[in-house]
Design a protein around this ligand. Structure first.
Ligand code: SF4
Ligand code: SF4
Length: 382
């Protein structure tokens, strides 16, 4: 049985424990693949017998290392990820045998060229849109290329049979994680958004996938029982917030906690720190590469143009989670989310008739006061 920190209050603790686990895996000969994005087809990595570890930087500390090689005016997530690697302080980067990236935004794909000087990286070429017929064929070719790369690099054979098993397994994990996220649909919600976010992040540093699922299913059951026994039928005057936009793990304390400390309840995350990848399952009944091609192509992200699935997901989530207001968090210099925010604001305020707040930020503490004021002003309006 996996031992997890009491209630994941301490994300850093989970990260530190993860270092020892990954070292242990390496000593047993298990390959490690470093990843950076939700578009990475995890089933292929697992089918190669490897574990995947996210190398997305979430702290401000390593950014000054990155700024020696990268422009300052770049998204903090990219700078932090590169800085973790360049500073040689990230054991996860150190233990990774191979990195897998995707040509998502310009900043990331150009950063990968420099990162390749430190560690071998296989970059998948992501289509820029989901609608045209050729996007499927193009992306399928990229999945085949990744499969071949993993086979050659780790000297393994990824059979259709193994892939089908991995697809089933990953779908099972997605359903369990979706049940956990969907606790936010209960009103009042039995869990804070910060706990949801921290729990999911901490899970990324555990590598026993069965134990992860068991833990999350158990926690979901506990919280559902708590709702049935203590909360059902009671009224909460906390505004229910949906968070959308860029990944938010690097601004958890600065923004997520501030929203909740100011008296609101974050009930939903429409972003890569939330349901974005889990909302659609992979088809278990078709050719496994076709299934994964479609599954990952269907993920909504502002790097796609156009990006209609994001508005479909927002539409359904605002209703299903009984959302009172939407807060969009955009990391500085993230052009795609920044520009798409224009349409998101319009959609939220005009179509859904809900208040909307746009926050552009980085990983520093410089804007803490201003963010506090703006969040409080939004909540007073509701
Ligand atoms: S926001 Fe887009 S580019 Fe960033 S991790 Fe998510 S899917 Fe990848
Ligand atoms: S937040 Fe935006 S700029 Fe930063 S890595 Fe993701 S898509 Fe790129």
């Amino acid at each position: 049985m996996l031992k997890l920190p009491e209630n994941f209050e301490n994300y850093e603790e989970a990260r530190r424990e993860g270092f020892l686990k990954v070292k242990d895996l390496k000593e047993k000969g298990v390959p490690v693949v470093g990843i950076f994005c939700t578009y990475t087809p995890m089933e292929l990595i697992h089918a190669a017998g490897a574990v995947a570890v996210s190398l997305c930087g979430t702290s401000n500390g390593p950014i000054h290392y990155a700024e020696k090689d990268l422009p300052r005016n770049l998204c903090p997530l990219i700078k932090s990820s590169y800085g973790e690697a360049a500073s040689e302080k990230c054991p996860y980067f150190y233990f990774a045998d191979l990195l897998v990236g995707e040509t998502t935004c310009d900043g990331k794909k150009k950063m990968y060229e420099i990162l390749n000087e430190l560690k071998p990286i296989h970059v998948m070429h992501l289509p820029q849109g989901q609608e045209p017929d050729h996007a499927f064929a193009y992306w399928k070719e990229e999945l085949v290329r990744l499969k071949e790369k993993l086979e050659e690099f780790f000297d393994v054979k990824i059979t259709d049979e193994i892939l089908r098993e991995e697809i089933k397994e990953r779908n099972r994990e997605r359903k369990i994680l979706m049940d956990f996220y969907e606790l936010g649909k209960l009103n009042p919600s039995p869990i804070s958004g910060s706990e949801i976010n921290e729990t999911m992040e901490a899970l990324g540093f555990q590598f026993d996938r069965n134990a992860q699922c068991e833990f999350i299913a158990e926690r979901t059951k506990e919280l559902r029982n708590k709702y049935e026994k203590e909360l059902k039928g009671s009224k909460s005057d906390k505004p229910r917030i949906l968070v959308t936009g860029c990944p938010v793990n690097g601004v958890r304390d600065k923004i997520l906690r501030t929203i909740e400390d100011s008296g609101a309840s974050i009930v939903a995350f429409e972003n890569c720190s939330g349901v974005r990848e889990k909302i659609r399952l992979a088809d278990e009944d078709i050719d496994p590469i076709d299934s994964l091609t479609q599954k990952y192509l269907d993920i909504n992200c502002s790097v796609m143009t156009p990006n209609p699935r994001r508005f479909k997901d927002l539409d359904e989530m605002i209703d299903e989670y009984e959302v009172d207001a939407v807060i969009e968090i955009v990391l500085q210099a993230c052009h795609t989310f920044n520009i798409e925010a224009h349409n998101v604001k319009q959609f939220v305020t005009e179509w859904k008739q809900k208040p909307y707040l746009y926050i552009e930020t980085d990983y520093s503490e410089l804007d803490v006061g201003q963010i506090n004021t703006r969040i409080n002003a939004l909540l007073e309006m509701i």
